[in-house]
Design a binder for this molecule. Structure first.
Ligand code: NAD
Ligand code: MN
Length: 357
């Protein structure tokens, strides 16, 4: 069977609890001739590493990812809210160095476990809306946030969204399980181009053009738009009305934490940072310093991220096994961490999932 080397980057806080949990699940997958044979290498990054060594993303981590790994799992980093000289977020740098231009975030409810059903896929543009410049005026500080939106990045994110919409449609047609979304595949473009007409206007126009210039490929996909504020409103009122949602970096970040509340916890939502040549699985949540080191972290976001990693590396059936085991534990509802109202530990939830593989 094929050998796959996975880089494990737990980084800070609960990243150090949930990444080992995800590894345990990968190691517990039943072995078959077609399943890959995993090898793991531990890689350093994060704010704690920065405090000890003066660098948040060591060169060795980047080199070994590029040269030895086929994919990676990232935990979470504790990025301080104040400026720390010499520090910048390693996950942002990693996305940039490996050109992981889309962050794919499935948020779906397990039937019977949430008040409102939903099954949406958020595509967050992963490379822009970040740049920052600061200037002085009359001795007082003036800070500017440069909202960079490029046609290039918008087109890549848009193309990912339309392709994913087609893929989800195909998957729904091929299974007998009832699906929440009944209509033709749909892409919702999120923006605020009534106010930010230049930047978000370019985003909107470019994503629309992905479909309009490829009628043969994307003709079956419905396209709609939603201003980001009303997107939040609509998502909380009728989350079942969304299939694929594509948003600029910052909006995508904010919308996905909101969507996480709808499925019950940030500790449930996975993501994959996807480029043309590499994938890094990463839970949507942060390092959760309030619960770190107490075995209270929900490992499911990280475990599902391992599933997404496999899915994007071409191992859909192994990924499906992981998703089914997780859904089974959630549906049963007995073994869960405090964020879901239970009292089980990170390890107990992980063991319960492994038992169902
Ligand atoms: P957070 O996501 O770490 O935590 C928000 C809340 O959700 C907390 O109450 C936390 O306990 C809870 N939570 C998060 N994940 C959970 C899990 N798996 N199980 C149970 N409960 C969970 O966000 P924050 O508190 O705003 O940020 C903390 C730190 O994380 C900051 O330094 C921030 O910069 C960083 N952060 C990193 C990433 C990343 O690495 N990609 C993302 C977001 C925030
Ligand atoms: Mn976030």
């Amino acid at each position: 069977s094929k050998k796959l080397t996975i880089g494990l980057i737990p980084a800070d806080g609960i990243g150090r609890e949930v990444i080992p949990a995800a590894r345990q699940v990968l190691e517990s997958l039943p072995k078959s001739d077609s399943s890959p044979q995993f090898e793991y290498i531990h890689l350093d990054a994060g704010f704690e590493y920065f405090q000890k060594h003066g660098v948040a993303l060591p060169e060795e981590t980047l080199v070994r990812l590029r040269e030895e790994c086929q994919g990676a799992l990232f935990g979470a980093v504790s990025s301080p809210s104040h400026k720390v000289a010499g520090y910048s977020s390693p996950i942002v740098a990693l996305r940039k160095h490996l050109d992981l231009y889309a962050n794919v975030r499935p948020v779906a409810s397990v039937s019977g476990t949430t008040q409102k059903p939903l099954d949406m896929l958020i595509i967050r543009e992963n490379t822009e809306c970040l740049e920052r410049i600061e200037t002085d005026a009359n001795g007082l500080r003036v800070a500017w946030a440069d909202r960079k939106i490029s046609e290039f990045a918008s087109r890549r994110a848009g193309t990912m969204a339309f392709n994913m919409a087609l893929m989800r449609d195909k998957l729904r047609r091929s299974t007998s399980a009832p699906s929440l979304w009944q209509g033709p595949p749909k892409v919702t473009i999120v923006h605020k181009s009534n106010v930010l007409s230049v930047t978000d206007g370019l985003w909107r126009e470019t994503v629309r053009a992905v479909k309009e210039s490829n009628p043969d490929l994307y003709g079956s996909v419905t396209m709609e738009e939603q201003l980001v504020d009303s997107m939040v409103y609509r998502m909380f009122r009728e989350p079942e009305a969304f299939d694929v949602v594509v948003a600029p970096n910052l909006y995508g970040d904010i919308i996905s934490d909101g969507a996480a509340a709808l499925v019950g916890s940030l500790g449930l939502v996975p993501s994959a940072n996807v480029g043309d040549n590499f994938v890094v699985g990463e839970p949507v949540h942060g390092s959760a310093p309030d619960i770190a080191g107490q075995q209270k972290a929900n490992p499911i976001a990280a475990i599902r991220s391992a599933g997404l990693l496999l899915e994007h590396m071409g191992y859909a059936s192994e990924a499906a096994r992981i998703y089914e085991a997780v859904d089974g534990v959630l549906r049963e509802g007995q073994i869960c961490t405090p964020d879901l109202g239970g009292s089980s530990t990170t390890q107990e939830v992980t063991d319960a999932i492994c038992k169902r593989l």
